[in-house]
Design a binder for this molecule. Structure first.
Ligand SMILES: Cc1ncc(COP(=O)(O)O)c(C=O)c1O
Length: 391
């Protein structure tokens, strides 16, 4: 028997939701179904809301100091869900993964340096690099038969130039790839060989499809130097739909790298503790109850993915889907339509009335592609994708 109801439709219009509130600004119309920014239209589970309410029983919300069971919950989750054993001393708070990416770029590179990324990739990777005067060095993913792979030959050529930092997306947004151990092992080896720090954004790690297990980059290797060269970014925000609580964890086993990161987040930005309610939410999330909830969620997302793909393959065979192993954000290819990218964007927004992410924000590889958010009640998803008939 399932415990949680993901079929529940919850009205989010005219709340403080970015996904619903920013439609005019992003799409030039408000008359569409928002299936873009990565949060879910599902209820944050009660055990998290209850933990926040319980904290509010105490009437003072002053600066907080992290407590032992807060760290224990992170350690328990990474070990229990991902076989990743970490120490308390390796954990640093960050208000988000994007701020942590920005800090890594600022402290481990200098202006004018190259930073490696694998496009098409989550667009704030580019902002973290370019908006701080660094250069994006692309190692594009290779697509073969609907699946994505890393191009190690190209990567090694680029690493040989002396790149200091690489931002990895594991699992990969937007192509929905869960990287295998062998791929990550090779990557960890190469980055260490060429003295390139590897930052692994694992915000989607809990959201693999049920048949796929996430593999943390940091445990892909047993070599201590390679392990010490990897920084892992994780968070309960995507998993439990609590992005608004701005609470994530940065895992840095190497004391020298930790010192630099902490100096920036603590001594420069004074951001080393987040909001108190986020910390209580994290502790409630990273628990056995959280495990039950996320497993039911993954089953539900898998059903949504299958229902969408079956429907698209039968009714709109020109829309190409890819092998999707993780995230609730599948990648769709519309190249078979006789439309320019600009026409495609206009038709999707104004004729289909669907607010999808423009593929090109993730890089030029996203031409004629879109990212769709399927974390919504199945009835709503199926109603929405019928609209592709207007393409
Ligand atoms: C790969 C990836 N990293 C980071 C984020 C956002 O992180 P945060 O909101 O914690 O800054 C997202 C959100 O979609 C994402 O997909």
């Amino acid at each position: 028997m399932k415990k949680y109801n993901f079929d529940l439709i919850i009205e989010r219009k005219n709340t403080d939701s970015l996904k619903y509130g920013a439609l005019q600004e992003i799409f030039g119309t408000t008359d569409l179904k928002p299936m873009w920014v990565a949060d879910m239209d599902f209820k944050t589970p009660d055990f998290i809301i209850d933990a926040i309410k319980e904290r509010l029983e105490h009437p003072i919300l002053g600066y907080h100091d992290y407590w032992e069971s807060y760290y224990d919950s992170i350690k328990w989750w990474t070990k229990n869900r991902h076989d990743f054993e970490i120490e308390k001393e390796w954990i640093c708070f960050s208000p988000g993964i994007v701020p942590a990416l920005g800090i890594c770029v600022s402290v481990y590179t200098e202006k004018g340096d190259d930073v490696l990324v694998q496009p098409p990739v989550y667009h704030p990777f580019y902002y973290a690099i370019e908006n701080q005067g660094r250069n994006v060095l692309s190692n594009p993913l290779i697509e073969k038969d609907g699946e994505f792979y890393m191009d190690f030959e190209d990567l090694e050529t680029k690493l040989k130039k002396g790149v200091k930092l690489m931002l990895l997306c594991n699992p990969h947004n937007p192509v929905g790839k869960r990287w295998e151990k062998e791929t990550l092992e090779k990557l960890a080896f190469l980055c260490n060989k060429y003295n390139c720090i590897l930052v692994s954004d694992e915000i989607h790690s809990d959201l693999t499809m049920p048949d796929f297990k996430h593999f943390p980059t940091a445990i892909s290797t047993t070599n201590e130097d390679e392990k010490a060269n990897i920084i892992t970014l994780m968070a309960p925000s995507k998993t439990f739909n609590i992005a608004g609580l701005a609470t994530s964890e940065v895992i840095i086993p190497n004391p020298d790298l930790m010192k630099k990161f902490f100096h920036q987040i603590g001594d420069v930005l004074h951001m080393y503790t987040g909001n108190t309610l986020g910390a209580y939410a994290l502790e409630a999330a990273y628990s056995p109850m959280g495990g039950v909830w996320v497993d039911e969620l993954r089953d539900y997302l898998q059903e949504n993915l299958k229902a969408m793909n079956d429907y698209l393959h039968s009714n709109f065979p020109k829309i190409r889907t890819y092998k999707h192993e993780a995230t609730y954000l599948p990648w769709l290819d519309f190249s078979a339509y006789d439309l320019t990218h600009k026409e495609l964007l206009r038709k999707l927004a104004f004729d289909c009335k669907l607010g999808l992410n423009d593929g090109t924000i993730f890089g030029k590889e996203g031409e004629n592609k879109m990212r769709i958010n399927i974390a919504l009640p199945k009835s709503e998803l199926m109603k929405a994708i019928e609209h592709f008939k207007h393409l």
